[in-house]
Design a protein around this ligand. Structure first.
Ligand code: 13P
Length: 338
């Protein structure tokens, strides 16, 4: 096994997953605003420290995805975040995409545009940035593409192909630099679609993505896939049971994901903490029943942080109680992997 493959596999240690703490500055600002917390460089440092500095996280997490700003910040322990994580046995990684923009109409040929679809940016200076992030302590990376479901029209084949090409270009650059790539084609929960449509879109996106990764000779063995679960849209009246989610999710993944990848991690995507926990437990059970070929775990942000942020409210005196809420949720999500 190459080093990259063994690092990629190490994230799937029993009961452990990956904490996503990697929101960009605009996303972190919007997220904190939901809890009435004003954003600043220092407030973001305290926000990251609330989670990364919580004692005992290493029981439940094998890795943490940071934002580039956070690689250079210090926790309350006065250590750079990547160093402090490594000292506790948690592997630091970094989000390397530069966010999304509307897809240019040129991608669709003359006469058709897709103002509602997004393309992820960040390939241009990626090799230089990867070399820098590696020096700053990153061992793995993440790139997120976003797909919105709208009836049978979205996502379009053009949007899927262009995002797949960029995800493959990213993964290739990352492997060349000696880092592990997480590829994250997120199919959004927003919308009125059915769970079946969500599963079909996940399978379609992943089928195309893995064929483009093969065309570009990306090594499958050190790839980690970060995926959405197959869920009914947040504006549909349907409330899926965990068993329904598990069945639809595992079927979509079995239909589209090669067995050779290092493993699959799930994003929480706007599910409540309880939903994300219960659905993960049902997915774990289903994967065992059908002998799914890949290791599975979580890589949540919102579902792990929501309860803690409601307690914290940006106030120093609330840190111990907020961390206790975070660790309690981490313990539940970890238990869902059994
Ligand atoms: P959620 O779990 O909130 O969907 O976030 C995952 C992620 O990768 C955030 O950057």
């Amino acid at each position: 096994m190459t080093d990259l493959v063994s690092i990629a596999r190490s994230f799937f240690a029993p009961g452990k997953g990956i904490l996503a703490e990697d929101e960009s500055i605009p996303s972190a600002t919007a997220h904190l605003a939901k809890y009435g917390i004003p954003a600043s460089v220092e407030m973001r440092r305290q926000y990251r420290d609330l989670f990364l500095g919580a004692e005992g996280i290493e029981q439940y997490i094998s890795g943490a995805i940071l934002f580039s700003e956070t690689l250079l910040q210090k926790g309350n322990d006065k250590k750079l975040f990547p160093k402090s994580l490594v000292a506790r046995g948690v592997v630091p990684g970094v989000k390397v995409d530069l966010g999304t923009e509307p897809i240019p109409s040129a991608a669709f040929g003359t006469g058709s545009t897709s103002p509602n679809e997004l393309i992820t940016q960040g390939l241009l200076d990626l090799p230089e940035r990867l070399a820098l992030y590696k020096k700053q302590g990153a061992v793995f990376t993440k790139w997120r593409a976003v797909f919105r479901i709208e009836g049978d029209e979205l996502p379009t084949a053009a949007a899927i192909h262009e995002n797949a090409k960029r995800l493959a270009g990213y993964a290739k650059d990352v492997q060349m630099e000696g880092l592990v790539p997480i590829i994250e084609p997120e199919v959004l929960l927003d919308g009125k679609h059915s769970r079946a449509r969500s599963g079909a879109v996940i399978a379609e996106v992943l089928t195309i993505l893995f064929s483009v990764l093969d065309e570009q000779s990306v090594d499958r063995a050190s790839i980690i896939l970060k995926t959405s679960m197959a869920l009914s849209g947040s504006e549909s009246a349907k409330k899926d049971t965990p068993e329904e989610v598990a069945e639809a999710t595992i079927s979509a993944l079995l239909a589209s994901v090669p067995r050779q990848i290092a493993g699959i991690v799930f994003l929480s995507g706007g599910q409540t903490p309880d939903q994300a926990t219960e659905n993960l437990a049902a997915i774990t059970r289903r994967a065992k029943e059908v002998n799914a070929p890949w290791p599975l775990t979580f890589s949540y942000l919102r579902a792990l942080e929501e309860e803690a942020l409601s307690v914290w409210k940006g106030k120093e005196e609330n840190v111990p109680a907020a961390r206790a809420a975070f660790l309690a949720r981490l313990a539940k999500v970890s238990a869902a992997l059994n």
